[in-house]
Design a protein around this ligand. Structure first.
Ligand code: PAF
Length: 280
């Protein structure tokens, strides 16, 4: 497995693979890899012949009062996991290689990035879209793999790829959960034992709402309330609970089209997100 630090070297490696007829997959990550990332890597290996995992904690997608400095990092463990998973190259640039000191060009998706996390994390999706566009230009992959847990991120990136004509197929993979249902996230490491126990209310609430939907409930306010009740019982601080169209991310009153029930909630100082698809 190659460990590559510069955009030039990863582009050269990728071009060599592609010249030899190999299909290249990119799995963009911020490191501190867990089973969720490994599922993306497995999917990438199934669909391509060479897999690149990027590890970069992207400062541009964190707000000034967010956890950029504390974000967990463990390159040694990440490299071990990537090696074991059969990854061909890890691309681990320094921030200075990604953002010039006078960087002044941004990729801004203007619709899908507005609601939900866009509202509570101003600038977040501008940072995500910009770094993903840069990684796409640096790695030049044929496909890139993202997880459903970040459902809004997937939609923003799919829109960017369509609107800016990136010749890249976006592949998505289901959320991987702990045994008790908590969605895997590098941020779960911030939780105290008590917060970790209470955080299961997210999955419980989403499941209950999904069961109500399966039982015929189509009123979005009722479905939201099922989840809100679970979160309130667990003393979570709710950032948002929204039932939105899966195409536009606009709120629905009636779930009469593919929908997303999405949540962001704080347990202590830790903000967790999760979602379920509601399909007619
Ligand atoms: O999902 C993430 O870990 C990040 O948002 C991504 C896509 C790697 C961009 O920094």
């Amino acid at each position: 497995m190659k460990l590559i630090h510069t955009p030039k070297d990863i582009r050269d490696a990728s071009r060599q693979w592609r010249a030899a007829g190999r299909r290249v997959a990119l799995v963009p990550t911020m490191g501190f890899l867990h089973e969720g990332h490994l599922s993306l890597i497995r999917l990438a290996s199934e669909q391509a012949d060479a897999v690149v995992v990027s590890i970069f904690v992207n400062p541009a997608q964190f707000g000034p009062n967010e956890d950029f400095a504390q974000y967990p990092r463990d390159l040694t463990a990440d490299l071990r996991l990537c090696e074991r998973a059969g990854v061909d190259a890890v691309f681990q640039p320094e921030a200075a290689q990604i953002y010039a000191a006078d960087h002044s060009t941004w990729v801004v998706e203007e619709k899908l990035s507005q609601p939900l996390c866009g509202e509570s994390r101003p600038g977040h999706f501008r940072g995500v879209a910009t770094v993903v566009a840069k990684l796409f230009n640096e790695v030049e992959p044929d496909i890139a793999v993202f997880g459903h847990k970040d459902a809004q991120q997937v939609l923003v990136i799919q829109r960017m790829v369509r609107d800016l004509d990136f010749p890249i197929d976006i592949i998505t993979a289901p959320t991987v959960r702990e045994a008790d249902g908590l969605a895997m996230s590098s941020r779960n490491t911030y939780l105290t034992a008590d917060e970790r126990r209470r955080a299961i209310s997210i999955h419980r609430g989403l499941n209950r709402a999904k069961a109500a939907f399966a039982g015929g409930e189509r009123n979005a306010a009722v479905l939201r309330q099922v989840l809100v009740c679970e979160l309130e019982q667990a003393a979570a601080r709710i950032d948002y609970v929204e039932c939105v169209s899966r195409n536009s991310l606009q709120p629905l009153m009636l779930v009469d089209q593919p929908a997303l029930l999405a949540v962001a909630a704080f347990f202590g100082g830790t903000r967790l997100i999760d979602n379920v698809y509601l399909d007619i």
